[in-house]
Design a protein around this ligand. Sequence first.
Ligand code: NAD
Length: 295
Amino acid sequence: SATIIDGKAVAQTLRHRVAQEVAALDRRPGLATILVGEDPASAIYVSNKRKLCVEAGMRDRHRLLSAQVSQAEVEDVIDELNLDPEVDGILLQLPLPKHLDAPSLIERIDPDKDVDGLTETNAGRLALGRPGLRPCTPSGVIQLLDSAAVHLEGAHAVVVGRSDLVGRPQAQLLLARDATVTVCHRHTRDLASHTRDADIVVAAAGVPKLIGAEHIKPGATVIDVGIHRTEGGLCGDVDFDAVAGIAGHITPVPGGVGPMTIATLLRNTLTAANLHNSSHRETRTNGSGPARDGV
Ligand code: NAD
């Protein structure tokens, strides 16, 4: 049966490495989180992000806004954080209450502080293969694949889902690693015919246990991005018990992709801080060398 990819352990190693690099800097990187309203799941996500940010030696800045906050008030908070030299990364926790225009708020974040990689600038940089900040969850998936030494070049990877947050950037990241990528979504006819041909399946459809044994080629790598709270506890988009008998590698839920998302957020905040430090040095020394080194 499949080798389980231990996302918790890989994430811990990554966070440890980030903490070591942070400790060697003369200025502490800062992460600002913005939480709107009191959605319990979002509140838990944000409090975990803040806790691990502090554990990694970074500065934690937090803005809790009421569920009734106006668009203009959120804009003001983003503007203030954009200008704050102690803030290297800005995370606007999604989803936002319906009365707010989420795309325009995301777009207001300075692309060089956009540690979720969701602005048009960073999405464009990814699509064009240029350096930039990459969305956390799909980059965490790539690191999990690397940790298990899964060969990407020339492999057939099938991504199930095409959201701005996960599926679409996942496909781009796999393409950038020379995989042959198929993207499936809710209009795909005969999902299994695609996934059964895949060496790697990344399931990000948001449908509990969508991927069963009949979707998987023996020995394939299966990465489960989905998270669902059910009466029987947490489950993913993959029917773990059915697929673990067929796959070569598989991620569990919980303990797979989830922990990597936060670890990658910290990595992105450090990357953004290095970018800000080097561009600051450049203005001081009147500019030599690449400002985007290391991104
Ligand atoms: P989303 O709802 O925005 O997008 C879902 C995508 O799946 C859409 O592109 C849709 O076309 C496709 N889809 C839906 N039903 C399908 C079906 N039957 N067959 C094929 N494709 C189908 O969701 P999202 O934000 O991309 O998140 C996906 C899942 O990942 C959710 O369960 C979410 O909770 C989880 N998630 C986990 C993390 C993490 O850190 N582990 C982060 C983000 C999202």
